[in-house]
Design a protein around this ligand. Structure first.
Ligand code: NAP
Length: 475
């Protein structure tokens, strides 16, 4: 059962603001109200941009930005239980996974602090051209300006951290719009940033109708960059509407994994069982499509399905739960429809395929065709498919056959096979002998094709949120 019931206000210009309207936040597991948040509209969004712009007129030196970031990491550690519980309550994320997310956010802030202290331009070898003789040239990295950050429900703390921490490290003030279903973790993080000494206006948080707040961020010329994590439909739509802004997109995937016959098949099966169903598959890199070489197929299924059946379904607040609810009824109905579509089009349900109360049992589908939604779209639920393939070529072709390209994985003991996959899989990241659900917060993370146009991880995000300014001195 949810244990918290919080009331949170908006953060605008250093003030905690009420508006008279509230958004209720409900547990996806029990439907109980776990909190309520003041509801923002256009006016609050404009005031938030005013405050961010005003804050940036008085830049914060790098050492102060780094100190604040380090302090936030410390607070996240000290208030770990409360932070993890808030994630779990509002997102329905099992405590096991919520604790991992809360710890990862500490890592995100720590890496951002390191990057804040290293932020520098580079020397330009001016005399490499005749015209440059007698000149000294270098670049400095300047904050791009006010950043609009929009975040999804599925990592309500750490994906917010991946927006806020690099922006502060880069010297940019932020207007954050977190997901309406999960704003509590974001507002808790805002409280921690404030307690860590962040001056007024550097972070502003507005929660409310997405298109209304989104329109203000898109239409206001003072917002120089939008950093968005969420669905492709929304993300690419924002990019189209703001050709003069930097619009950086982290979007979805239909994550494939290849298991070759030479692989440690049992280790692959264990890794897949742990990574296809964590947070009920609601991670952009949840394992969704598994392609196993025919000679290893039976062995893989024998190792995989029993492990999936051992996963514990239940209340996300229970520390023993592996798989909890999906975010809402719409998602639940859609996922069950997609399973049904696969079943009626020839797929075999190896396990699951049914609801269990309000939850969906972890579902493994064999022989689902590539045209079915469970293979060509992002399921974002506790469902994965397994197909036997005749060769590595066929596996790579099928893995590449969707519009997505975030991360993919391969299990093999042959170096040449691993390198071939790293070359030919058309994704932003390839994992070898590790599930493609793997992410460590400093690594460059992001997609190609419909999956996005940027890389996050503080060092990489900071590049996107700064501009190079050239200085040439006649010596
Ligand atoms: P979503 O529906 O696209 O929502 C994401 C954010 O966009 C929310 O804050 C939402 O606000 C906001 N939004 C919706 N319509 C908007 C508009 N017209 N203008 C401005 N903002 C708008 O995505 P989601 O369902 O929360 O998240 C799931 C998706 O995120 C999946 O596709 C997943 O793969 C992707 N994702 C990608 C990554 C990555 O790093 N690549 C990580 C996690 C998730 P409301 O909540 O108020 O509607």
């Amino acid at each position: 059962m949810a244990v918290t019931a919080q009331e949170r206000k908006l953060l605008i210009g250093g003030e905690w603001v009420e508006t008279g309207d509230w958004i209720d936040v409900a547990s996806p597991y029990s439907s109980e109200t776990v909190g309520r948040v003041a509801k923002a509209g256009r006016d609050e969004a404009r005031r938030a941009i005013d405050a961010a712009e005003a804050a940036m007129r008085d830049p914060l030196p790098a050492h102060k930005r780094a100190e604040i970031l380090v302090r936030v990491a410390g607070f996240l550690g000290r208030r770990h239980d409360e932070v993890a519980r808030t994630i779990s309550d509002e997102a329905g994320k099992p405590m096991k996974a919520a604790r991992v997310e809360a710890r990862r956010a500490m890592s995100t802030y720590t890496f951002a602090a390191v990057e804040a202290r290293k932020l520098a331009g580079e020397m330009v070898p001016m005399d490499a051209a005749q015209a440059g003789e007698g000149k000294l040239g270098f670049t400095v990295r300047r904050p791009i300006g006010v950043v609009g950050a929009i975040t999804p429900f599925n990592f309500p703390l750490n994906l917010v951290a991946h927006k806020l921490a690099p922006a502060l490290a880069a010297g940019c003030a932020v207007v954050l719009k977190p997901a309406s279903q999960t704003p509590l973790s974001a507002l808790l993080l805002a409280e921690l940033e404030t307690e860590a000494g962040l001056p007024s206006g550097w972070l502003n948080v507005v929660v409310g109708p997405a298109s209304e707040l989104g329109d203000v961020l898109i239409e206001d010329d003072r917002v120089k960059a939008i950093t968005f994590t969420g669905s492709g439909t929304v993300g690419w739509g924002l990019a189209e509407r703001a050709p003069k802004k930097r619009v950086k997109l982290e979007l979805g995937n239909a994550t494939p994994v290849i298991v070759t016959a030479d692989a440690d098949v049992d280790a692959a099966a264990a890794a897949m069982a742990a990574n296809a169903f964590s947070f009920a598959g609601q991670s952009c890199i949840s394992v969704q499509r598994i392609y196993v070489e025919a000679r290893a197929y039976e062995r893989f299924v024998e190792g995989f399905v029993p492990r999936v059946e051992e996963l514990r379904l239940g209340d996300p607040a229970d520390e023993a739960t592996d798989v909890g609810p999906v975010i809402d009824d719409d998602a639940r109905v859609r996922i069950l429809d997609w399973i049904e579509e696969a079943r009626t089009n020839g797929a075999t349900v190896l396990t699951g395929g049914e609801p269990e109360g309000q939850l969906i049992r972890p579902t493994v589908l064999a022989d689902a065709g590539p045209q079915l939604k469970v293979n060509c779209e992002e399921v974002f639920g506790p469902v994965c498919t397994i197909n036997a393939v005749e060769s590595l070529d066929e596996a790579i072709e099928l893995a590449n056959a969707t519009r997505y390209g975030l991360q993919a994985g391969i299990f093999t003991t042959k170096l040449a096979t691993a390198l071939r996959a790293a070359r030919d899989l058309d994704f932003g990241g390839i994992t070898v002998n590790e599930a493609p659900t793997f992410r460590s917060d400093q690594m460059p993370y992001g997609g190609v094709k419909d999956s996005g146009n940027t890389r996050e991880g503080p060092a990489y995000a900071i590049r996107e949120l700064t501009e190079e300014r050239l200085v040439v001195i006649d010596v």
